[in-house]
Design a protein around this ligand. Structure first.
Ligand SMILES: [Zn+2]
Length: 201
C-alpha cells in the first residue's frame, strides 16, 4: 500500500454509474440480469480505485432506481444520475453496462464516448486497448455515440463501458465469474492510472 499522499490517484475523484437498477433490470438472459452484474462490476472497479487513493462516487450502491411514475420515468432516472454526478464534480466518470443482441454470436467489451469531448475519446481508446482480452480476441473499437443522454449531458469527460454481451451464453458466464470481473476491473484501474499519469506530466 501507499503512504498517505503517495497513492497514485490521491486527489482524483471518479464517478461510477452502475447502469439500471430497481424496477429496471436492463438486459436479461436466462439467470443473468444486467442490473445486478453492473452493480457488482461497478463496486469491484470502485474498490480498486479507492485502494490507490481515488475518491469514488457512486450513482447507486444498491438495487435501486430513480424512476418517476408515468411517462418519462426512464428519463427522470437518467436525469437523477446525471445530477448526482454533476453535484459530485468528479474529474471523470464511467457508466457500467452489459450489452445484448439478437445475434447470439456477438461478443466483446466495448467503450463508448461522446465526440464533444476530446478527453473522453482519449480515455475510451485507452480503455478499449486494455480490453482486447475481454474475452480473448476482442477486436471491438471505442465508438463515438451521440444518443446516450448520460454521455451527452455530463460536463466532464467520461465513458460508457459495455462490459460484454449477456446474449452470448459463454460471455454471460464469464461476466458472472468473479475472477473475470476482477480482471476486468483491473483493466479499468490500469486505464485510469495511465489516463491520469499522462495528464499530470
Ligand atoms: Zn444497460
Amino acid at each position: 500500500m501507499w503512504a498517505m499522499g503517495d497513492a497514485p490517484l490521491a486527489g482524483r475523484r471518479i464517478a461510477i454509474d452502475a447502469g439500471h437498477g430497481g424496477i429496471d433490470s436492463g438486459a436479461e438472459y436466462h439467470a443473468h440480469v444486467e442490473k445486478d452484474i453492473n452493480l457488482v462490476l461497478a463496486k469491484c472497479i470502485g474498490d480498486k480505485l479507492a485502494a490507490v487513493g481515488a475518491e469514488v462516487v457512486y450513482t447507486r450502491t444498491d438495487d435501486v432506481d430513480y424512476y418517476t411514475r408515468g411517462k418519462g420515468g426512464k428519463r427522470a432516472d437518467l436525469k437523477r444520475r446525471i445530477a448526482i454526478i454533476e453535484e459530485a464534480r468528479p474529474d471523470v466518470f464511467v457508466s457500467v453496462h452489459c450489452n445484448a443482441s439478437k445475434v447470439k454470436t456477438y461478443q466483446g467489451a466495448q467503450v463508448f464516448y461522446h465526440p464533444k469531448n476530446e478527453e473522453s475519446k482519449r480515455l475510451a481508446e485507452m480503455m478499449q486497448k486494455r480490453l482486447a482480452d475481454f474475452p480473448k480476441g476482442n477486436h471491438r473499437q471505442a465508438q463515438s455515440n451521440t444518443h446516450v443522454l448520460l454521455l451527452s449531458s455530463l460536463s466532464m469527460s467520461g465513458v460508457l463501458l459495455e462490459a460484454g454481451y449477456l446474449s452470448n451464453g459463454e460471455e454471460a458466464r464469464l461476466l458472472c465469474d468473479t475472477a473475470y470481473q476482477n480482471r476486468l476491473a483491473e483493466a479499468v484501474l490500469a486505464t485510469f492510472l495511465e489516463y491520469f499519469g499522462e495528464k499530470s506530466e
